[in-house]
Design a protein around this ligand. Structure first.
Ligand code: ATP
Ligand code: MG
Length: 463
């Protein structure tokens, strides 16, 4: 993409309404614009990151054996009356009446809708196990929307639902979700720690939240620092292998890690003092096993092996996709701007032409641009007539992990400059070598962190 043809409305001033870094940086980098309280338009750069996260979530869900679909945002109140949650959910639910006087609501979550689909179409234990999910906008009329997309009223969420014949099957589904979530966050360059949590209005006995450590997080968290050393890395996971999934879950749930809701001082004090950490965290996902709560209330049964109807065991699992955009920035920025992890960056490399209009510099930039595109990667070429200082400031603000700087002086010696956004380290090298380095950086040695070059895959590898 050439910046002169893009829409990147960066702000020079720090917006007064933004209290935390991610909100400030998303506004300044032209990623979002508030439409009304807690509701945002996603401008091109923000939209690109949101789509990248969505794609990673899809890929990892499909890899785990879960099936994508799409349910509507507006739901009938009657279904929620069946489960009893129409009254229980409270003021966070946005209730709407249509011209026929029918009660609708903008879905805050989808347990009722999916259970209705299930009971209409699935009749036998032979159809199980089944896990369906979608990624769709939700609405919760939060009393105090704040921190930009982190606590919005309209937000984008992956929610998945498993249907199983027995509790054991459903617990495997729980484990499978935990493992797939760990992989998802790792691919986004994030560490999200599963913490034992409270079940809240969804109900149920088994639940973990995934928290990204950040000072600005809304949850108070207590953990054994040993958990921060755990990494899935590139180990291969067989999601049908119950023992492997269970042992990964055990690895991550053995060290103490809880939110204030379930914190237990006596247990925490058993952790060696040097490893006892108290901090804050951002909730980026949650998984639940809730047994037969919805299936019993809504008659979602299957014919069991003995021919008798049995209510299915269910769980639900959510990832806050739009919140993650903010959470990644909270975890990865400096005083100059965002620093995107390579797996989610909106563009793979920035090209800065310090002397636009100089025929040699222009030609070198064009050549680099074409070779990067030929790798299946996306460059963002600043071909505007801004002065060099302004171009660098924009690059730092929008946080692309790599920058190639091209100018007449370097070109005289046959070199351009390759700069790493995270470390600030630069090296001078011939343009072809700079491109080779970029190719190397984005080659997937490490399948959990680096994206495969786009050219090698279809647009939606998860479909
Ligand atoms: P919170 O405790 O932060 O209000 P929740 O526990 O009510 O969240 P869940 O029902 O577990 O939320 O939803 C799944 C995920 O959706 C959460 O882990 C979070 O990442 C995201 N999410 C929930 N509420 C919001 C919101 N208002 N804005 C953005 N993302 C949200
Ligand atoms: Mg939650």
């Amino acid at each position: 993409m050439r910046l002169s043809r893009y829409f990147l409305p960066v702000l020079k001033e720090t917006p007064a309404e933004a209290q935390i870094a991610s909100h400030r940086l998303m506004l300044r980098a032209g990623m979002i614009k508030q439409a009304s309280a807690g509701i945002y338009s996603w401008l091109p750069l923000g939209f690109k990151v949101l789509r990248k996260l969505e794609n990673i979530v899809h890929e990892e869900q499909v890899r785990a054996g879960h099936t994508p679909m799409l349910m509507p945002t507006l739901q009938s109140a009657d279904l929620w009356r069946e489960s009893g949650r129409y009254d229980d959910y409270g003021e966070e639910m946005l209730r709407i009446t249509d011209r026929q006087g029918r009660d609708l609501l903008y879905g805050p979550t989808n347990e009722e809708l999916i259970t209705d689909i299930f009971r209409s179409h699935v009749g036998s234990y032979k159809d199980l196990p089944l896990t369906l999910y979608h990624i769709q906008w939700k609405f919760r009329d939060e009393i105090r929307p704040r921190f930009g997309v982190m606590r919005g009223r309209e937000f984008f969420m992956k929610d998945g639902y498993n249907f199983d014949l027995t509790k054991e099957d459903a617990l495997h589904a729980y484990n499978r979700h935990m493992v797939s979530y760990l992989r998802t966050y790792e691919r986004m360059g994030l560490q999200a720690i599963p913490m034992r949590a409270d079940s809240g209005p969804i109900g149920g006995d088994d639940t973990h939240e995934f928290l990204v450590l950040a000072e600005t997080g809304e949850s108070e968290v207590f953990y054994d620092s040993a958990i921060t050393d755990l990494k899935l890395g590139d180990r291969s996971v067989d999601y049908d292998d119950w023992d492997q999934c269970a042992s990964i879950v055990k690895e991550w749930t053995t060290p103490y890690a809880r939110t204030d809701e379930t914190h237990d001082d006596a247990k925490f004090n058993e952790v060696p003092e040097a490893r006892r950490m108290k901090s804050r965290g951002i909730e980026v996902g949650q998984i639940f096993y809730f047994g037969t709560k919805y299936s019993e209330a809504m008659g979602a049964t299957v014919q069991g092996k003995d021919g008798k109807p049995v209510p299915v065991h269910m769980g639900s699992h959510g990832i806050g996709v739009s919140r993650l955009v903010g959470a990644i920035i909270e975890a990865s920025h400096d005083d100059k701007g965002i620093i995107w992890p390579e797996g989610v960056t909106p563009f793979h490399v920035g090209i800065v032409n310090v002397k636009q209009g100089d025929s040699e510099a222009d030609a070198a930039c064009d050549a680099i641009y074409k070779s990067i595109e030929a790798l299946g990667l996306e460059p963002l070429y600043d071909d505007t007539s801004d002065r060099a200082g302004a171009k660098f400031a924009t690059q730092d603000l929008i946080g692309l992990p790599w920058r190639i700087t091209v100018g007449p002086r370097g070109l005289k010696n046959g070199v351009v400059e390759l700069t790493c956004r995270r470390t600030g380290a630069s090296e001078e090298l011939p343009p072809e070598q700079a491109v080779e380095k970029i190719a190397e950086i984005y080659t997937p040695h490490h399948h959990t962190e680096r994206p495969e070059p786009m050219a090698k895959r279809s647009f939606h590898t998860w479909m």
